[in-house]
Design a protein around this ligand. Sequence first.
Ligand SMILES: NC(=O)C1=CN([C@@H]2O[C@H](COP(=O)(O)OP(=O)(O)OC[C@H]3O[C@@H](n4cnc5c(N)ncnc54)[C@H](OP(=O)(O)O)[C@@H]3O)[C@@H](O)[C@H]2O)C=CC1
Ligand SMILES: O=C(O)[C@@H]1CCC=N1
Length: 276
Amino acid sequence: MADQPTTCFIGAGSMTEALLSGLLSRGMSTGERITIMNRRNHERVRQLARQYGVILPADRKTAVSRADIIILAIKPKDVAEALEQWGRYIHPGQRVISVIAGISTSFIEDRLTTGTAVIRAMPNTSGTVGLSATALCPGRHAGEADLEEAARFFSSIGITVVVKEEDMDAVTGLSGSGPAYIYYLVEALEKAGVTMGLTPAVSRRLTLQTLLGAAKMLQETGEEPAELRRKVSSPGGTTMAGLETLARHRFQDALILAVQQACRRSRELGRSSAGK
Ligand SMILES: NC(=O)C1=CN([C@@H]2O[C@H](COP(=O)(O)OP(=O)(O)OC[C@H]3O[C@@H](n4cnc5c(N)ncnc54)[C@H](OP(=O)(O)O)[C@@H]3O)[C@@H](O)[C@H]2O)C=CC1
Ligand SMILES: O=C(O)[C@@H]1CCC=N1
């Protein structure tokens, strides 16, 4: 473990907790190699430090300046202020990984010492259970080794893909926000079961296993989703009746619009934070 990098998380919110949980439970890092910090909510930092055994630094500036990897996990609206506060303690030789929606690598680079390697990442909260879908793109000073290190970091909590920076907002709308669409779907299916007399517990159990089963079928058979859908749908049967209703209510259109709108919002967040 001695050759493992040290990591400092700036921002100890939901995304940091998902990353901590994934990294530590998979033995990809150890608590004594990780420091975390917030702006004001120090109680939250103490709680995470207790829960995950990570370090609450006595001197936050030193923690930032000594870490091998710095993870920026703050909201887009706070990035300018955070880089103003912490940027001067970051130097070339460290790797900065931003998981912030909408914020470009150049925005960050412009606020750090020239030459600092910046990588933009978009993971999702399923990293908590080792199943994040993370997209990465390098900034202008990040080389192959920097990208590989970032990929190694995020592959400990799921899969990684490398994309062009111009695609990061699309990724944010699709897989960054994606878990929430699935949870929304699950809520609806559970409610549907209950409206027809199932207990909430039975409805949840059946829904969850259906979700897991369908995901595994897609992954393990390699068949197209449309083909798998066809195999469930007997002519004139129950599934057809359900699917026809979804089509009538433009279910696919609604999901496509949702992802596009989230992508647009990611761009907007970038623009409005950059305007600060
Ligand atoms: N949640 C998700 O599913 C995903 C989130 N992301 C991205 O991750 C980032 C963080 O999101 P999330 O964890 O949900 O947000 P949270 O609001 O849960 O956490 C953000 C944290 O940043 C801290 N913070 C703000 N300013 C500073 C500062 N100057 N110095 C140190 N800490 C600071 C806040 O501390 P305090 O409360 O003290 O102000 C807060 O705890 C966002 O940019 C988001 O776009 C990316 C992928 C998925
Ligand atoms: O909702 C958000 O803005 C963040 C980015 C991706 C998921 N959560």
